[in-house]
Design a protein around this ligand. Structure first.
Ligand SMILES: Nc1ncnc2c1ncn2[C@@H]1O[C@H](COP(=O)(O)OP(=O)(O)OP(=O)(O)O)[C@@H](O)[C@H]1O
Ligand SMILES: [Mg+2]
Length: 382
């Protein structure tokens, strides 16, 4: 740990020592480079689980028999260093059955690695979007995944005196264990802020199709941005369709608009992946469609908090609010003239004098579908 402390002392200002003290107290440890080389058979390509924006992830096995996933942060990326520290800080504070467990770290010269528990069924996107494997998840499993993610997010938002905003909730960042219990992963972009602070203005970073409009357009980050991403994910889980690659039709530009149109026509069940039909519980499907739409409202104030989402999901019956048209980056918004009321509301007709169409920079990274737009300056509370 001393070596790690030294590294962080030299790379980052602030009270990192205190943070790392906390990390050490959680029993997370520093792994030697040799241990990880041996566990992953020298980072053998056959052990590679995937590659995200910050480097490849390898499967490994420790001498004590524990299976691990090792994320090797790409050396060239300055952003990777920030991610590394951020993930270490955030994951040291959290422990929940719906959040991935970080076993430890390794710093070896320029190499930085994060060591997680290996989660047996890997990431949700592999089950949801890959053709041929879509029917692997039945409705009951999907519903349990929805409630598990909701509980995990609720814990992050409300579990301590600090609000943890994940900022990159999406299918590839949800891991599924051997019992299909979902675990929220990838805290490299997460932000901590005091619970009395409702939002921060920050540089926009996230993934196309999951980012809330006020976040993309104004860099305004709050826990409601995670609620939005959760809503998109719920609709993806129900439909088996990926929002960022939704096949646009004449009427519907994206998954949200499509789901909303079906909902308004009383056809919520048509949102569901047809392969689920035989085992699905129609009332649950309809409720989840409505929750997905409520979570993706244009105005963050009209989105429920995660505690309300958890309550809604646990209710067998009950009336949910009526969602309005969902919002998304690039859709039209009208700023409210009354600042005490909502700041945005979706409008459907064009040509309003006080409406703006906000462009969305879809500068897709080469490795995956992450998008980074630098529209505002960073004001991090970390
Ligand atoms: N703890 C883990 N257990 C099992 N598989 C994992 C684990 N962590 C990551 N993976 C696998 O490694 C893949 C790559 O993960 P990574 O988070 O680096 O990239 P990503 O989520 O695809 O993209 P992004 O960089 O945008 O988050 C994941 O899709 C997942 O399948
Ligand atoms: Mg990821």
């Amino acid at each position: 740990m001393d070596h790690l402390l030294k590294h962080f002392r030299s790379t980052k200002k602030g009270n990192n020592e205190e943070e790392l003290g906390r990390i050490a107290a959680q029993g997370q440890k520093q792994f030697t480079w040799e241990t990880l080389v041996s566990a992953t058979k020298s980072f053998n390509p056959t052990h590679k689980l995937g590659e995200g924006g910050f480097g490849p992830v390898y499967k490994g096995k420790l001498d004590d028999g524990r299976e691990i996933a090792v994320k090797k942060l790409s050396q060239s990326s300055g952003q990777g260093k920030k991610e590394f520290m951020n993930e270490a800080k955030v994951l040291a504070r959290v422990q929940h059955r719906n959040v991935v467990n970080l076993f430890g770290y390794c710093v070896h010269g320029e190499e930085k690695l994060l060591v997680y528990e290996y989660v047996a069924n890997e990431s949700l996107d592999k089950h949801l979007f890959k053709s041929g494997s879509r029917d692997a998840l039945d409705w009951k499993q999907r519903y349990n995944i929805i409630t598990g993610i909701a509980r995990g997010l609720h814990y992050l938002h409300c579990g301590s005196h600090e609000v943890i905003t994940h900022r990159d909730i999406k299918a590839s960042n949800i891991l599924l264990d051997d019992k299909w219990i979902p675990k929220i992963a990838d805290f490299g972009m997460a932000r901590l802020f005091p619970e009395d602070q409702t939002y921060v203005n920050t540089r926009v970073a996230g993934t196309n199709g999951y980012m809330a409009p006020e976040y993309v357009m104004h860099g305004r980050l709050s826990s409601k941005a995670d609620v939005y991403s959760f809503g998109v994910l719920v609709l993806e889980l129900i439909s088996g369709q990926k929002n960022s690659s939704f096949n646009p039709s004449f009427d519907d530009q994206n998954l949200l608009e499509w789901a909303y149109r079906l909902y308004k026509n009383g056809k919520s069940l048509e949102v569901m992946d047809p392969t689920l039909a035989s085992l699905a519980i129609p009332d649950q499907v309809a409720m989840c469609v409505q929750i997905g739409l409520l979570c993706t409202q244009a105005d963050p104030q009209y989105r429920p908090n995660m505690d309300l989402v958890v309550v809604m999901l646990s209710k067998k019956t009950g009336t949910l609010e009526e969602p309005m048209r969902p919002g998304y980056p690039g859709s039209r918004y009208r700023r409210s003239r009354n600042p005490t009321k909502s700041s945005f509301s979706a409008v459907t007709n064009s040509g309003q004098s006080d409406s703006h169409t906000y462009g969305f920079t879809s500068d897709t990274n080469s490795h995956n579908d992450s998008a980074t737009a630098t529209t505002t300056t960073t004001t991090s509370t970390l």
